[in-house]
Ligand binder design. Sequence first.
Ligand code: FEO
Ligand code: CA
Ligand code: CA
Length: 568
Amino acid sequence: MQVMTQSPVETSVWHRLLSRQLTRRSALGTVAGAAAAVSLPVAFSDAQATANNGAPVTPDTQKLQPRAFPPFTPIEPTAADALTLPRGYRYQVLAPWGETFTPDGRTLGFNHDFVGYFPIDMLQGGKSSTEALLTINHEYANPMFVGGDTKERTAKQIQAEMQDVGVSVVRVRKEGREWKVVMDPRNRRIDAFTPIELTGPVRGSAVVKGATMVKGSVGNCSGGQTPWGTLLTCEENVDGYQKAWAGSGYEAMHQGWVTEIDPFDPAWTPKKRTGMGRFRHENAAVTLARDGRVVAYMGDDMQDSCIYKFISRDRYNPADRNASRDLLADGDLYVANFGNGSWVLLDYARNKKLQEAKAGDKPLFTSQAEVLADARAAALAVGGTPVDRPEDIEIHPRTGDLYAALTNNSRHGNFFGQIIRWTEKDRDPAATTFLWEVFAYGGPQSGFASPDNLVFDPYGNLWMVTDNSDLGTNPIKAYHGNNAMFFFPTEGPNTGKAYRFAVGPVDAELTGPVFSPDGKTLFVAVQHPGEDSESLDKLTSTFAAKEGTRIPRPTLVAIEGFPGWRQA
Ligand code: FEO
Ligand code: CA
Ligand code: CA
């Protein structure tokens, strides 16, 4: 999701949309474990577990080469209200908003974003490509479509929206050529009401008025998967709700964190990992340092904001899942300085710059909890480099290189964005220095604009989806058509060249791409089709509408038909 300015009244596009639509609807009168033993160093075969948003992959990536050319005939831009794919590829609508999927009758939330693929047999060491628990982030609820049965924002309307955000855990299975949602006791919703525990330095601190438990996870944008089979869901645009959901008990300081959820264990209380900082969390790309500590790379999706990494205090022990589920509670947060290629520690006790930072003549921070609660200010105070809206970050399955989407920054004329990549010193994710370069530039010459989510396939090719919604009808994006998905070779003569694979329907973003472990199914979400509709009577899209209706629905789709892959 796009965010354009830091102004408090425009902290989220969602918020602007919300205000506008409520006004229109009113006008129209419409209804609306420390040092555990691990084998060292971590080889690429271990590193491959970090590909694919952290979801497992099955091919042995050491033997497979990335492709110099795409496994499809690239398609042209289009403004059609359809999901357009290359010849030979097909999709099915799998988990649309509003469908019942839990034994107790809960329905899928709105505006799907990150998708996590957890093979159903993962905890037994399996990598099923035909059955899984999927996690689906629901980034925000559009009141034109969700809840509305009054002209004003009633408690009932707010309740409907609070129930339609968060995360869904959904069991799916492939039967013949079709994927199906399967009823399962682990199917559940985490929404804006779910009890969640604070962990790390902010837990119980003055910053949260002593709170140890909070309510809900919202603004769930992208995310990541851990090697021990949990979801990290990232809370991005959370500020507008204080006003929009007034009276609901919503507390902004309880949001804006990384929340860990165990899809396999509904009894395990989700945890907010405050040590990973509070900002507009886009994602968390997880890997292991050479010494076995856990490293997570994260972007703060705002203009002139930074890229971070968190390194756990303790090491990962694959044999102890219970201990693993605590690993992200303690560790160090760093911010990237791209000027000298270094990672700068954000620790109040150990970094004097944080102790000396001032706002006027007052100290900016007096504790680590305060540093974490405003990690953006802390990052800028210690020389973190403000970059152009860092969105998704992914880890190359063969090289370990980091790739980050810098979406755009209209403040200084970067309208098209870039994808950058960097290599940690000695290829160790715990390194404190790195080298970086631009991998691909957006613009008419390359064909894409505003890179957002990234995912690697099992072969080390990069796939990217765009979010150029904030360019509006600006003629500079006339070449682009609707938001789209692109393929990039990462090695060889076509490195960084963009090939258009898919184009989404009108006013939609494609989000949350993830492959099944064998690479044969690509799951991707179609988020906010028809978002710029004036009213329910003037819809710009009818994508995935229920039979007999015209209301567009955000949905997960499953894409198949990767013939080239079977030859590899
Ligand atoms: Fe929710 Fe930064 O995209
Ligand atoms: Ca995004
Ligand atoms: Ca991703």
